[in-house]
Design a protein around this ligand. Sequence first.
Ligand code: NAD
Length: 478
Amino acid sequence: MSNPKNYIAGEWVDATDAADDINPSNTNDVIGRFPRASKADTERAIQAAKAAFPAWSRSSVQERHDILKRIGDEILARKDELGRLLSREEGKTLAEGIGETVRAAQIFLFFAAECVRLAGEKLPSVRPNIDIEITREPMGVIGIITPWNFPIAIPAWKIAPALAYGNCVVFKPADLVPAMAHALSEIIVRAGVPAGVFNLVNGRGGEVGQTILEHPDVAAVTFTGSVATGRKVAAACIGSMKKFQLEMGGKNPFVVLDDADINVAVECAINSGFFSTGQRCTASSRVIVTEGIHDKFVRAMTERMKTLVIDDALKPGTQIGPVVDKNQFEQDLSYIEIGKAEGAILAAGGEILKRDNPGFYLAPALFTDVGRDMRIYREEIFGPVVAVMRVRNYEEALLAANDTPFGLASGIATTSLKYASHFKRNAEAGMVMVNLPTAGVDYHVPFGGRKGSSYGPREQGRYAAEFYTQVKTAYTFA
Ligand code: NAD
């Protein structure tokens, strides 16, 4: 990638600082050198967005529709090439990279259509001869701060509704995935967004991110990332009275009951525990199994794990790519040591793998004999490490599933309508899956969690309007 830049106030601009972008499947492969914006660059982007807002917020819904549609169409037309770049940069497999790219296109196309569907309400007043109109208006400048694990889908599900509802955007992608952010930004610019409406400021969280959080001209911040950073975002946004939305970590449970179809249970646990290298916020890293099926389930899991192909993300046949970088790799390995030291049994995997090229290859790890107080059972690892806990019955399983400060996704494998229905009603999570992996969601319905996983309105689908608009109630006497 030749000389990538940031995009500020309608121009591609250089920065004084830059960093290399490394392929985690082959650390000798440098994807490019990407500029890191400064505080001053970020302030310029915010000012440009503020200046563009009056015209953009009054632009026709047809214009906004057409721009978003062009973005979605180009992403879709280039899905193979963009999916390849995504896999090279983030380390998920090519199929996953292409799948995520298609998802991003679908999100832009969904919000293109939403532009021409934004509706209000008209109500009679309780007083005579007065009409009331309730309308939704854009917020202003939206700061968008994203993580590395979905380098195109998460930016898409924040940028698309922000633009659709008439807001201007300052987009700060994660440091580890600047190439995808750059590729997406080029497409957005090419689609014809007016200068200042969309700005890309790639750079450090502590500098670019913090400037967005503290700036008085940013009306709202949407953040996806870790709990630790989310806390900082919340504190800074409250300090400057901004609207904010946080999507953070998870320690998602997957319950397997005695009556489960064993194949469904194993495939769900394998998929949501290990695919995308376990680096999905909706991954199920805790599997809670009732005692009648426990041993059979663990045997079937370990057998299935032997068939998993862990290799270069771009290599045909790879099912699980490398861990995203050295820091995350070391974190995963340290949790594997913690699990062993805590007395859990490492039933399968957990070892460093050597492949043709130097990369962060780790065999997915399955721990059994896990206790509820162990750190591997309570803390988000964000890698391919699954902790299995044995329980006596459904009631214990439900208590265990809810016994966490997080509440993003929760799943169950059962053939019982009674338990499935009870679990859907009583799981303390924003998203519940029955006989499905906890990871893997649709784009036209709300996404988000409860408790320590999320804060603020839901993302995606029509619920996105809650965050990206503000409500006005107008009274007319006539
Ligand atoms: P992170 O918190 O390290 O970084 C997220 C973003 O915040 C990055 O762009 C980073 O540069 C920025 N940032 C860092 N410090 C900042 C600061 N002081 N001010 C403003 N911005 C700052 O998270 P990550 O490692 O990129 O992503 C992994 C985490 O994301 C996991 O915890 C995962 O569960 C979570 N995640 C959650 C969801 C969800 O929807 N709930 C989805 C994907 C990932």
